[in-house]
Structures are given as C-alpha cells and as structure tokens.
Design a protein around this ligand. Structure first.
Ligand code: LFR
Length: 489
C-alpha cells in the first residue's frame, strides 16, 4: 500500500479528514470522515467547541485505521485569527471565542486611535479586519492574559493536544496582524499594545515542520493508526492557494468557501500606499510566498440563507432556482459589516435593499441570485483594483474551494471581470495541506511539481467572458459602492 497522508481540514461550517495517496504521479483523495462545525453562544460569547472538534479528529482516525491504514502522516488546517489561551497547567482556559463574536466591534477603532493604521500596515502588511487577533487580544482581560502561559492559534492548539508539542506556524500567525514583515517575528510594539510577551507565543515555525507523533495517551483511549503530525500551511487559505494549479506568473486566485479570498501569490510583499489604501493584505505563505489578497464576503450569506430555508434545498438546488431569475436586480455591498453575523440573513438582505431603495428579493431563487450577482460584481471590482495596485493585468482567475462548483457564479465572474476563469479543484484546501506533507516527506520535490500533480489529477472547468453581455452594470455598481463607502482604510 502506498504511503497514506491525512488532511484534517476544518472550516467554519464543517470539518473533514481526507485521505491522500500518490499513485503514478496522480493524487487520489478520499473523504474518510466529515462533521459539522459552528460556534454557539456560551458564557456570553460565540465560541467554538474545540474539544468536540478534536474528538471528531479521533473518530476520523479510527475510521482510517479500520480501513486498513496503520501508519499515517497528518496535517491540520483551519480558519485563521482565532486562538486558545493555555494556562500554566497546560490546559485551555476556556473555549475559544469566534472572530464573528461582537466583542471586537470597537476594538480596532480604539487601538488604532493611538497607533496609526499606516504604522501598523508598514510593519505588518496585513489588512484591517476588526476581528484580527490583535484586536481580539486587545479585548481580553489583562489579568487573565498575564496568567496565560501560551497563546496558541487554533490549528497549533489542536497539534499541541495531539502531540504535546507546541509551535506557532507562520501562515496562520501572520493573520494576527502582529508579525513584523522585516524582522520575521512578533512585533514588540504591537505585543506591548495588547500586553502580551514574545514568549507567550510558542516558537515560530515554517510550514512543513514535523511536529511529532500522536501521544501514547490517545492510543490508550482510541484505536488509532501510528500517526505523525506535520505542521502544514495551517491557515486554510494558505493551503487552498498551495492547492491551486495556477500557471504562469500573473494568475489570480479566488478561494471560495465561507469567505471569498481574492488575490495573487507574490514573492515579495506589497505594502505600499496603494495596497494600504485598498486594504489589501500580505499573509505569509509556505515556501517564502505571500498571499496578496482581500477578504470578501463569501458563501457565508448563502450558507445562512440555506439554513433559514430549513435546509430544504441543497446548494445546487438554490443555484438552479437562482438561474431562473435575472441577475443584478439590486445592488448590495456584500462586504458591509452588517452581513458578518446578523440574526437573520434573509431579513438583513431585505432591510438593506429597502433602506437603499433597491428591489427587495423575496423567493429563495431571488435571494440566492441577489447574493451571487453581487458577489460577482464585488469580485470584478476588486480584480480591477488588483490590476491597478500591481501595475499589471492579471491574466486568469483560478477559483477553488466549494464555491468553484457554482457554475452560475463562475460565469458571472468571468464575464463581469473580463477574465478567463478556471474552476477547480473544489478540494484545494485539503490538497494544499497534503502537498506540504508530501514535500516534507520527499514524495514531491517542490510546490511547482506539486501543482503539476494537481493539474494532472483533477479536471478544471474553463469559463470565458461573454462579450457585451451586461453593458454598464459594473460601472453602475462601482458608482453605487462609491456612494456607499468602499472598503478602504
Ligand atoms: C477562511 C479564513 C480566512 C480568514 C477567515 C477568518 O476560512 O481562514 O482566510 O480571514 O477565515 O479566520
């Protein structure tokens, strides 16, 4: 049997264990376990149930053992910015709070009122999102923080529980907005601002570092395969970009899941004035790269709508219903903060349209189309913005992740952005996670070869722009955004 690698990929709405094997230069993927994820209100905050997530990993590993795999490598990736406080006793102080929790509502404004944004951006190159770790830590109780032995990002904490070894992996750590681009370390001024010491973060490591074997204790409780944990690109978006089969120098990516992460891979960070004004980020990638991107509202809006329709329709049924109505019946700034965690998404969209004198979508098809058409408009606007900041034209857009299966959205995006869209693979995050493990274990030479393997293993669908289809729509939308207040610093 060929070597078996396991990608533990946990997103805001679900987690899974994917088994990866390499067979004659082709990657085979098999989903071995899937579970729901989400935050719930607990002690006044929206929190992740981290113990239950870890338990699901063990359940998945037991299934893998039962399927005949006795010896595996394993890598963990999750969403970014959130963390677990670990006390002197080595145990979590409480369940981690979600970045969508309301506690950081004013924190960014407060902190940046005496540390200017331009100063923070020069140091970190990270976009201003009110939930960055910097602002989350700012809201923590100082005494609690002083008693905290270690602050661990979510995937690092999971790795620590599995192996007993603690590190801080850079792709995720960069999203704290506390890493200094030049020094390659946590920045002392920023740490001071939130009353945290350098050594409260475990040592920084690059993606592709061996963390260690799963602790003996877990083998006594669960029937697990021999498992060695590799610290992969632990930020899911970092893994997704590694798993994107882009070609040439000027391709863009859109990692389309709960969030839409739109940008391009760079070898040198771009933290000049235009990038600052456009609120673009330079998240650290594996192998010396940077993800120059912007966070755009993603499928989160549709995920919420789907729940609010009592999960009566699948995503593909919603897309078919949307296809029956016309796009662009209303303009919506999908990045408006009000859509980040509303009580009811349907109502929030409808209220927004009423307040802006836009046509109010009513049916599931209309609501879904309202979201998809405005996501596509937002993407198209940002592609122009990216071209302007970079000073060259991006030549293709690779859409990966679950959203790459939505043909309607791919086509609208291609036409509005006037760019060829390559859609797939949907599993880019798990694939990127596996790539780093395979490179670490010398089964693949480097990421360029890895991307060739991906290309040979997965079909990619092409969407070409349809000429003159929507006339002035993008311009009108841009005017609308200008009056609305664009996402700038
Ligand atoms: C996507 C993602 C984004 C990050 C957001 C919050 O899953 O990781 O990259 O900005 O979630 O952590």
């Amino acid at each position: 049997m060929s070597k078996a690698y396991v990608a533990v990929d946990i997103g805001a709405s679900s987690g899974r264990l994917m088994l990866g094997t390499l067979d004659s230069g082709k990657l085979q993927l098999k989903e071995m376990h899937r579970f729901k994820n989400g935050f719930t209100k607990e002690n006044g905050h929206d929190r992740w149930n981290i113990d239950s997530i870890i338990n699901e990993i063990f359940v998945g590993l037991e299934k893998i053992k039962k399927a005949g795999y006795d010896d595996v490598q394993l890598g963990i990736d999750t969403w970014a910015v959130d963390y677990v406080l670990v006390g002197m006793d080595g145990k979590k102080v409480e369940d981690p709070i979600s970045y969508r929790d309301a506690r950081t509502k004013n924190a960014m404004e407060e902190l940046t009122s005496d540390l200017p944004k331009s100063y923070i951006y020069k140091k970190t190159g990270i976009q201003f999102l009110n939930f960055n770790t910097l602002y989350q830590l700012y809201t923590e109780n100082r005494e609690e923080l002083a008693k905290t032995d270690k602050i661990m990002m979510i995937p690092d904490y999971i790795g620590y529980i599995l192996t007993g070894n603690a590190v801080t992996e850079v792709t995720n750590a960069s999203t704290t907005q506390m890493l200094n681009l030049r020094e390659g370390l946590f920045d002392n001024n920023l740490l001071d601002k939130v009353h945290v010491q350098q050594d409260q973060f475990p040592r920084l490591v690059e993606s592709g570092t061996i963390l260690g074997k799963i602790r003996h204790k877990w083998h006594t409780i669960y029937d697990l395969p021999e498992t060695e944990v590799i610290t992969v690109a632990t930020h899911d978006t970092a893994s997704a970009v590694l798993g994107t089969p882009g070609e040439g120098d000027h391709w863009a990516f859109l990692s389309s899941g709960t969030w839409s992460l739109l940008g391009t891979e760079l070898n040198v960070p771009e933290n000049g004035e235009l990038a600052f004004q456009g609120n673009y980020t330079n998240e650290w990638g594996a192998y010396g790269t940077y993800r120059f991107l912007k966070n755009i509202m993603g499928l989160w809006m549709v995920q919420n709508l789907k729940h609010e329709f009592d999960d009566k329709y699948s995503f593909s049924e919603l897309a078919s219903m949307a296809e029956k109505v016309s796009p662009f019946e209303q303009y919506i700034n999908v990045n408006d903060d009000r859509f980040a965690n509303p009580e009811n998404m349907t109502k929030e969209i409808q209220d927004y349209c009423r307040e802006h004198n836009e046509k109010v979508p009513e049916t599931p098809g209309e609501l879904t189309m309202a979201v998809y058409s405005n996501l596509a408009l937002y993407y198209a606007n940002e592609i122009q913005e990216l071209n302007r900041i970079l000073g060259y034209k991006l030549e293709a857009l690779n859409i990966v992740g679950g959203g790459s299966n939505v043909a309607l959205l791919n086509q609208l995006t291609s036409t509005l952005s006037d760019i060829t869209v390559y859609a797939g693979p949907g599993e880019a995050t798990a694939i990127g996670n596996l790539m780093v493990q395979m490179i670490t274990k010398n089964d693949i030479n480097n990421i360029a070869d890895g991307r060739k393997v991906i290309k040979d293993s997965y079909p990619v669908k092409t969407f070409k722009p349809e000429t003159n289809k929507y006339g002035n729509t993008l311009h009108e939308y841009q005017d609308f955004l200008n009056t609305e207040g664009r996402d700038t610093v």
